[in-house]
Design a protein around this ligand. Structure first.
Ligand code: NAD
Ligand code: UDP
Length: 319
């Protein structure tokens, strides 16, 4: 197969490119580097089967040659990033998805959308099954991301129903691991970088809010199986082990051996209070489930960030 991955220089996109290449498929990676980094794909440049296009998917997109799959992963994904780029986030979810769907249609390719647990908003149903419609504030600061992804899902289903296209939608729950950008603002990267730099760990609110963290290797395997073998209905892919943010801070302090303190900061607006996937669908349809426990995944992520200590990439982001 030859597949296009948008957002290929990002955290998940680069691991997904590795996964396809590992099985002998060809990958065209596309990215405009708004939140990604060239380091994530440096090992792929010049490798047989990998091509790279620097391009904004929210504008007209041409890709030469046949494609069997279009996997649309381009989008800022960290709350801090999408608050910094609200309009590009809305555009890549809406116009970018439309362009990626149009390209897949023209090529007769399967389309795969990277959606998110954020479509459930601040959920009133716990754990979240795919049948839950969500509790999203469209005009709050997170609305730019949540509504763009909800629109992207609606657009994908419309292409499936109206054009008879072969499509997939994955709802990804908080995923972490090597190649996250230091200082991207997400909780796992923030805590690990803060612990390694001897800075206080910034817990927002009282830290009692929960998330369910999936190690990247598990997430990518679920996504790959869904692409190969799933159906067109949205599918949760994540790790159902649920932790409070405070518990996560304790795990990071323990694993890094850091002497950093915990510092409490205000809770961002509309921050979901709980989040945990019901993965019954992925389990039964794909025979998939996550294997890496949080502590083991944190150990492997700490190794990655430790190697970046002292480099420019660890510098705090500009205020
Ligand atoms: P990331 O920021 O590391 O990667 C996103 C990539 O998309 C970056 O390389 C960025 O430069 C690129 N991009 C953004 N807009 C673009 C545009 N207009 N044209 C071309 N490239 C563009 O984030 P990630 O964690 O790898 O997320 C990848 C996808 O998975 C996103 O769609 C995100 O919404 C989704 N997702 C991720 C998580 C998670 O926990 N990591 C959870 C839910 C959903
Ligand atoms: N969070 C935190 N400290 C940080 C970054 C995030 O306490 O330095 C909290 C945030 O308020 C949220 C959770 O950690 O409750 C997960 O945040 P993240 O930005 O990783 O993603 P989200 O799941 O909110 O999209």
């Amino acid at each position: 197969m030859r597949v296009l991955i948008t957002g290929a220089a990002g955290f998940l996109g680069s691991h997904l490119a590795d996964r396809f290449l590992r099985d002998g498929h060809a990958v065209v990676g596309l990215d405009n580097f708004v939140t990604g980094h060239a380091d994530n794909i440096a090992h792929l440049i010049g490798r047989k089967g990998f091509e790279f296009i620097r391009h904004n998917i929210s504008t007209y997109t041409f890709v030469a040659g046949p494609l069997d799959g279009v996997l649309h992963f381009a989008s800022p994904a960290s709350p801090v990033d999408y608050l910094e780029h609200p309009i590009p986030t809305l555009k890549v979810g809406a116009l970018g998805t439309h362009n990626a769907l149009g390209l897949a249609k023209a090529k007769g390719a399967r389309f795969f959308l990277a959606s998110t647990s954020e479509v459930y908003g601040d959920p009133l149903v716990h754990p979240q099954t795919e049948r839950y419609w969500g509790n999203v504030n469209p005009i709050g600061p997170r609305g730019v991301y949540d509504e763009a992804k909800r629109f992207a899902e609606a657009m994908t289903m419309a292409y499936h129903r109206y054009h008879g296209m072969d499509t997939r939608i994955v709802r990804i729950f908080n995923t972490y691991g090597p190649r996250m950008r230091p200082r991207d603002g997400r909780v796992v990267s923030n805590f690990i970088v803060q612990a390694l730099c001897g800075e206080p760990l910034t817990v927002y609110g009282d830290g009692s809010q929960t998330r369910s963290f999936c190690f990247v290797e598990d997430e990518i395997e679920g996504i790959f199986r869904l692409f190969m073998g799933g159906d067109s209905e949205p599918t949760n892919v994540g790790n159902p082990d649920e932790y409070t943010v405070r518990q996560l801070a304790e795990v990071v302090i323990e694993v890094t051996g850091s002497r950093s303190a915990i510092e409490y900061r205000p809770l961002p607006e509309d921050d979901p209070k709980v989040r945990r996937p019901d993965i019954t669908r992925a389990r039964t349809m794909l025979g998939w489930e996550p294997r890496v426990p949080l502590r083991d995944g944190v150990v492997r992520t700490v190794e990655y960030f430790r190697a970046l200590v002292g480099t420019d990439r660890m510098r705090p982001r500009a205020a």
